[in-house]
Design a protein around this ligand. Structure first.
Ligand code: COA
Length: 556
């Protein structure tokens, strides 16, 4: 097994650059080009990758150490395949002070001088042509991110775009502060040295001297930022010389992340602007991106389970500081209200609702009910309008059994219920509950009325058990005792229909010869359109109206 020392490569003449992250530990197997440590100068953040695959031996740097070219990072025991395949020729060793990266000799000093001159001239006119600098001799490098738009005011060194060759990801910073104009590139454009990116209208108060208008990198910069294909990539996307054209984001220009992290985020489609950095000075590291994705994946489930006002994939309503507008008292929600809010949100988001409205003529029904209740005297169990509604709905469910069904969990079939339990919404001081009257098909009006009264009382007293609220097939929400017209009740999933009952009022109704006063009860039938067709629902509604209009039909 071959072991060698991994050293800090040429840092463009910089010495004593702080180590801000150590990304591996002793004994860890690493891939070739896997980042080992992160350095940060006052100008750039640089990852130093493993030159070959192997196992990290002794680590000789730690966070906070200052390193220079030639400082030993660690020993690396090469994996046998790598060691045999490539016996670590000196040109491919990580750069040591005596052996700079192979790309170093590619320094285009002439280009640097020419660019500096051009930049100086541009500065004098206060309009600067921003061009792609020397990118290590590469041509047609794809632009993968555009970070500014025409009209944006940018600070000097603020990244304008990101390029990605097969070797590295590079940000191109603004060579001076100013306003972006004529941005000519888009994602997918390919660029080469000298291509025009945009113009910068420089702020008059911040004229940029020629030396700070780096439309082209120094030789050292281009060598270290994008080593040639034969070079060991000792520094990824680094920009180690002052005023260099290609840097990673600086702490004040979010998002602040290294190239490996950016690449990783891009693969997952993560917008780094949304990620908080846990690294030194808020730097975003790969783990932050992983945590962000994990949190986002968990969010829909958590939102449904714990945050009733949110639905999976639905953008949350932004928080508002109401105290900015006046005094606000905070009142915690009762448990029932939280639970029903979650349940209602789920139903509202999952079920395609349709609400059908109609008026039922309950003139005869009400007359019968009043007569019956009068005859009962004080002690008997009164027949409530709700009991009639429950009885009539149960009968309609028999005639239209799809309203008495639920979708199977996989959505592939209908589960047709051969029993009939009907829930009714009850308003309580703590919120809405839906107790269930059981076996309605087997019960007469009196029993149904008694059950409703007993369950409504339990609801008001907060004494309903979980069993009292389970097993419903269809629900009724009666607001008739309060007033108001039609409304759109939310289907009580996994049921497929709900009937809203509003306050009956006397209306003139045409009987074919004349308008006659009739007691008309507004009904609002909401249903799950995945299960119920509109025509089926309309027939159900008409049938229900006929039952309520003529109680004798309930006997049929
Ligand atoms: N039209 C006209 N009058 C009506 C009526 C209607 N549709 N429904 C009820 N009434 C009358 C009743 O006849 C009763 O008068 P009475 O004492 O002279 O007979 C009065 O209004 C009070 O009725 P109510 O308190 O509603 O009793 P109920 O037995 O009809 O209903 C509950 C019981 C539990 C449904 C009811 O108390 C309740 O909580 N309703 C609110 C449901 C709710 O919040 N729904 C919304 C869900 S989002």
């Amino acid at each position: 097994m071959s072991t060698f020392e991994v050293k800090i490569p040429d840092l463009g003449g910089h010495d004593n650059v702080p180590v801000i992250e150590v990304l591996v530990s002793e004994g860890e197997a690493v891939e070739a080009e896997q980042p080992l440590i992160v350095l940060e100068s006052d100008k750039a953040t640089m990852e130093v990758p493993a030159p070959k695959a192997g196992t990290v031996g002794k680590l000789t740097v730690k966070v906070g150490d200052n390193v220079s070219a030639g400082s030993v990072i660690c020993t690396l025991e090469l994996t046998p395949a790598t060691a045999t395949e490539k016996p670590a020729p000196s040109a491919e060793k990580p750069a040591a002070p005596s052996a700079p990266p192979a790309a170093a000799p590619e320094k285009p000093a002439a280009a640097q001088a020419a660019a500096a001159t051009a930049a100086a001239a541009a500065a004098a006119t206060q309009t600067l042509d921003v061009r792609i600098p020397d990118i290590g001799g590469h041509d047609n490098v794809p632009v993968i991110e555009i970070l500014v738009a025409d009209g944006d005011v940018v600070a000097q060194d603020q990244p304008l775009l990101v390029m990605e060759s097969d070797k590295a990801t590079m940000e191109m910073p603004a060579p001076a502060a100013g306003t972006v104009q004529g941005f000519a590139l888009k994602v997918g454009s390919t660029v080469s040295q000298g291509d025009l990116v945009c113009q910068l209208i420089k702020a008059a108060s911040a004229p940029a001297p020629a030396a700070t208008a780096p439309t082209a990198p120094t030789a050292a910069e281009s060598a270290t930022t994008l080593p040639g294909p034969s070079a060991t990539r000792s520094v990824l996307e680094s920009d180690t010389a002052p005023q260099a054209p290609i840097t990673t984001a600086r702490p004040e220009t979010p998002p602040y992340a290294g190239p490996a992290t950016r690449q990783f985020a891009r693969k997952l489609g993560v917008d780094l602007v949304q990620v908080s950095g846990s690294g030194a000075r808020g730097r975003i590291v790969i783990e932050d991106v992983q945590a962000f994705v994990k949190q986002r994946l968990q969010q829909p489930a958590a939102a449904i389970a714990n945050a009733p006002m949110l639905g999976g994939g639905i953008p949350p309503i932004p928080a508002v500081d109401f105290s900015a507008f006046g005094t606000v008292d905070e009142k915690p929600l009762a448990r029932i209200r939280k639970l029903s809010a979650a349940h209602l949100s789920r139903a509202w988001l999952n079920i395609p609702h349709v609400t059908q409205t109609d008026d039922a003529d309950i003139t005869e029904l009400e007359a019968f009910r009043q007569d019956h209740n009068r005859a009962l005297g004080k002690d008997g169990n009164k027949l409530t309008l709700l009991a009639f509604m429950v009885k009539a709905v149960a009968s309609a469910l028999k005639a239209y059994p799809e309203f008495n069904s639920s979708l199977s969990a996989d959505g592939g079939s209908l589960l047709m219920k051969q029993y009939c339990n009907i829930g009714f919404a009850a308003d309580t001081p703590n919120g809405l509950v839906v107790p269930v009257v059981r076996d309605v098909w087997r019960k007469g009006l009196r029993d149904i009325a008694a059950d409703c009264a007993q369950l409504a009382q339990k609801a008001r007293d907060g004494k309903l058990s979980a069993d009292d609220m389970r097993g419903g097939c269809f629900s009724i929400s009666s607001l008739g005792g309060i007033g108001g017209g039609y409304f759109t009740p939310i289907v009580n999933a996994p049921e497929v229909g709900i009937l809203g009952v509003s306050k009956a009022v006397m209306k003139p109704v045409w009987d074919g010869q004349a308008f006659v006063p009739r007691l008309m009860c507004p009904l609002s039938l909401s249903y799950d359109h995945r299960v119920i067709d509109g025509a089926y629902a309309a027939r159900f509604m008409v049938h229900l109206g006929e039952l309520l209009a003529d109680l004798r039909r309930l006997l049929l």
